[in-house]
Design a protein around this ligand. Structure first.
Ligand code: ADP
Length: 395
């Protein structure tokens, strides 16, 4: 599907044309449930006015949320607005190691509650049974479509969902271990107004539209066109990013941001940009604050946890602006929060989704005052050679 991503709910008169799917990005994972509900309802209402036929509430593939919300409350509110009473819940993303078996969520070979997610600073997950986790977030009854049913394909899944619905369930957690299961689940949900899940379960949805003649052909997803110098800005300190940065800094001009020096300096971003102006060219440049946990801990104890995070994010935004002024037109940003800071600093409110570099990370073309090719990579996504691979893909 030709897909556009808008950042936040757009103004009423923003034209959306020539696309098959629109993603409305909301920063609602860890905000208070009331706020998450408000922005999600606004997004739904806007999408309905664009005459969307099906709505997908996407959450993290580790289903993280506080026990107060936000997944249950948001799903409840969306169903109520749609005057509907049933939706699936499927955070599986097998390609990235997230699977659901008998309602229990796994990250790789570990139960969610044994994985690194148990220590997440904001949304720790200490329970792997998704039926129970969701049960605490909604007054609706939660049932399960187990693996033994899912492996028999879409009509078995439909039958099981029908019986759950007849038994009064509002939600069905659906098992999935491979993409084959996700395709079957997608087919089984062809007539659902609301689907909830990680991004993986969307895999099976385009074929429903294609079967009904609503999508011409397998749409050709265009590669972003902007030509110009390349750069990577990395503010992610996740394990995979550490490896990606370590591999790349050997071969590209690289600048390591020192957050403690930055805190004591008025013009640190300028210093970084002066270095950048001497190095932008045929080979992409790498600017990173990515650091080991011990260094991050030292920075946080000196500057404060949230203070250091937002100071570095702010600097990344300023540096991104300077790079674009310098002629950079191909930019990879590593880190979820960092990506938010950079898109905000660049005033980007729309992304045309292009081809995937690695699972879950596409090249995009950002429109705004300047057109740029942009790839936003969150935490642990991407292979070890992600940065080089991203630039090799561009024409
Ligand atoms: P991820 O997607 O890997 O979680 P994020 O960008 O979402 O990455 O989060 C990383 C956070 O860590 C950001 O707030 C960033 O500013 C902060 N950060 C980056 N580098 C450092 C560092 N060297 N010391 C302390 N905090 C850092």
């Amino acid at each position: 599907m030709r897909t556009t991503q808008v950042i936040g709910v757009p103004e009423e008169n923003t034209p959306i044309e020539g696309v098959d799917a629109v993603v409305v990005a909301l920063k609602s994972r860890s905000c208070p449930p009331e706020e998450a509900i408000r922005v999600s309802k606004a997004a739904l209402s806007w999408l309905r006015r664009q005459r969307a036929r099906q709505f997908f509430f996407k959450y993290c593939s580790t289903f993280d949320s506080t026990d107060r919300g936000n997944i249950g409350p948001v799903a409840d509110a969306l169903l109520a607005d749609l005057e509907d009473d049933f939706a699936i819940v499927c955070p599986a993303f097998p390609t990235n190691g997230r699977t659901v078996f008998n309602g229990h969520h796994f990250v790789g070979t570990q139960l969610l509650s044994d994985s690194g997610m148990r220590d997440h600073p904001v949304t720790p997950m200490t329970e792997s049974d998704l039926v129970r986790v969701l049960g605490r977030q909604t007054d609706g009854k939660v049932g399960l479509v187990p693996y033994a049913v899912v492996r028999n394909g879409s009509s078995a899944i439909v039958d099981h969902m029908t019986s759950l619905q007849a038994g009064g369930c509002r939600y069905a957690v659906v098992d999935a271990i491979t993409d084959v299961h996700l395709m079957a689940i997608g087919e089984a949900c062809a007539d659902h107004q609301l689907i909830t899940g990680g991004s993986g379960v969307a895999l099976g949805l385009p074929d429903n539209f294609r079967r009904r003649g609503l999508l011409a052909d397998a749409a050709r997803i265009p590669m972003p066109k902007p030509q110009g110098a390349g750069a990577v800005l990395s503010g992610s300190c996740s394990q995979m990013t550490l490896t990606q940065v370590a591999l790349t800094r050997e071969s590209w001009p690289s600048f390591a941001i020192d957050p403690l020096e930055m805190a004591g300096s008025q013009d640190y971003a300028e210093k970084v940009l002066t270095w950048a102006s001497d190095h932008v060219g045929d080979t992409p440049i790498l600017i990173y604050s990515t650091a080991d946990p011990e260094i991050v801990a030292r920075v946080q104890s000196n500057l404060g946890r949230s203070e250091s995070g937002s100071a570095i994010e702010h600097a990344m935004g300023e540096i991104a602006r300077g790079l674009i002024d310098m002629g950079v037109r191909r930019l990879v940003v590593a880190g979820g929060e960092t990506s938010g800071a950079v898109t905000q600093a660049l005033g980007i409110d729309r992304l045309q989704i292009g081809p995937e570099i690695d699972p879950g990370v596409p090249w995009c073309e950002a429109s705004g005052t300047r057109r740029i090719a942009l790839a936003l990579k969150s935490g642990n996504f991407g292979a070890e050679t992600f940065f080089a691979k991203a630039f090799e893909m561009l024409p």
